[in-house]
Write a protein that binds this ligand. Structure first.
Ligand code: ADP
Length: 406
């Protein structure tokens, strides 16, 4: 058996997937949450045909009990496997892959975890205080629960470590920037890599020969310019706040606005952090961050929803054009994640001014793109192939984990 367990851990919850890598089929998924609360919860889903006992339908079990820490969380997960299957004796993971948000400038590839790597991930918490500490808690508990197999860290930032200095350097005082490790790191790298490789396979050309732009449009959103399989520019920067308009984040903003808000509105550092990350973006513009609501309201003539959508699309067009310029042209443009996979007017609107550059989206293909599979939405006479590509970060983490271990 070639089974990999993928873990995505935060400070009070973790998600997991058990994947059979021969077929890349998911055997079980789960979520352990409210770690540290008075009442914790584990939700465990055994996927269809993973276990003959379960039959053709997926089955979900819920466990409610106190889960004081991540170690207890992994015990709850092991109990769920023991009680509801699939059997971990039969489907024993040969490795565990961990999603880690920040690898800084230190980690440029998936890395087997030892005590020194743990120390490095901990030290990088300075750059990702909301993410790396939770990942580390998950790693430590998982290494105890699965002590006999290798554990691998797969970093969101790693794919973007190929960016050239002119793309990752901010025009700040160099000494100040270096002292505080301020540079563009980029995020969503696991998804951008998965999607660009899936797109290359779909068009039947080696990834090394393609210039690609990938738009990962979920609640968080980013665009990446990929030349020959290597990230050469990406819209998220020092943190995941920069770039595109997101569900609740501003994306690009004149930094002097922060100074103005500090001086004139009396906002402190924590207020600004909250405003920029949690109260802005689509939510700030129109009071909702779910694109389904916004599109429905826009169709009903709601002015705020229309403005929010227009601002969102204006930003996407800017990045599409900028990355075509950085790449010197583009062969494939892909849309992925919640919004990218499901919202045709966003895909059409992002590219609607690029006919002069040979980008033509076919309106019917775009509207009718089937959910959950790769679909070409460009017209037959389009010089550039435009695709919808469902992302799968867990499978990508499992692939990289396996590659490191074999
Ligand atoms: P993340 O992983 O960043 O939390 P997702 O990739 O799951 O986000 O995307 C979530 C967003 O995708 C939602 O906020 C919603 O706006 C949008 N979304 C998801 N499904 C649909 C759909 N069927 N139609 C329109 N928008 C959708």
């Amino acid at each position: 058996m070639s089974v990999v367990l993928v873990v995505n851990s935060g400070s009070s919850s973790f998600k997991y997937q058990l994947i059979d890598m021969r077929s890349e089929r998911v055997l079980a998924t789960g979520l352990v949450e409210r770690i540290g609360d008075a009442q914790g919860r584990a939700r465990h889903t055994v996927h269809a045909q993973a276990d003959p006992e379960v039959g053709a339908e997926s089955a979900t079990a819920e466990i409610e009990r106190r889960i004081p820490d991540h170690t207890a969380g992994f015990q709850a997960m092991l109990d769920a496997f023991a009680e509801h299957g699939p059997s971990l004796a039969q489907h024993a993971p040969i490795a565990v892959g961990h999603r880690v948000v920040h690898g800084g400038a230190r980690f440029f590839a998936a890395t087997p975890i030892d005590d020194l790597v743990e120390i490095n991930i901990d030290e990088l918490s300075v750059l990702a205080p909301l993410h790396n500490p939770g990942a580390l808690q998950g790693i430590r508990a998982a290494r105890r629960a699965f002590a006999d197999v290798p554990h691998v860290a797969v970093f969101d930032t790693a794919f973007h470590q190929t960016m050239p200095p002119e793309a990752y350097t901010y025009a700040l005082d160099r000494e100040l920037a270096e002292r505080h490790r301020i540079r563009r790191y980029g995020f969503h790298g696991t998804s951008h890599r998965f999607v660009s490789e899936a797109a290359a396979a779909y068009v039947g050309r080696p990834v090394e020969k393609l210039r690609q732009i990938v738009f990962h449009l979920g609640n968080g959103a980013s665009a990446t310019a990929i030349d020959g399989g290597r990230s050469v520019d990406t819209s998220m920067g020092f943190t995941p706040l920069e770039g595109l308009v997101m569900g609740t984040r501003t994306g690009d903003l004149d930094p002097a606005i922060l100074l103005h808000l500090q001086r004139r509105a009396g906002l402190g550092v924590d207020d600004l952090d909250r405003v920029l990350n949690k109260e802005s973006g689509l939510l700030g513009l129109a009071g909702a961050n779910d694109m389904r609501d916004l599109v429905a309201r826009h169709r009903d003539g709601d002015e705020a929803a229309t403005l929010a959508l227009d601002v969102y699309l204006h930003r996407l067009r800017g990045y599409a054009g900028a990355y075509m310029a950085q790449l010197g042209g583009v062969d494939v443009i892909s849309f992925t994640a919640g919004v990218g996979e499901n919202v045709p007017i966003v895909r059409a609107g992002a590219l609607d001014r690029l006919a002069f550059a040979g980008v033509r989206v076919d309106p019917e293909r775009n509207e009718k793109a089937p959910r959950g599979e790769i679909a070409r939405i460009s017209a037959d006479d389009s010089d550039v192939t435009v695709l919808v590509v469902p992302t799968d970060e867990e499978v990508e983490i499992a692939r990289q984990t396996l590659a490191v271990c074999s």
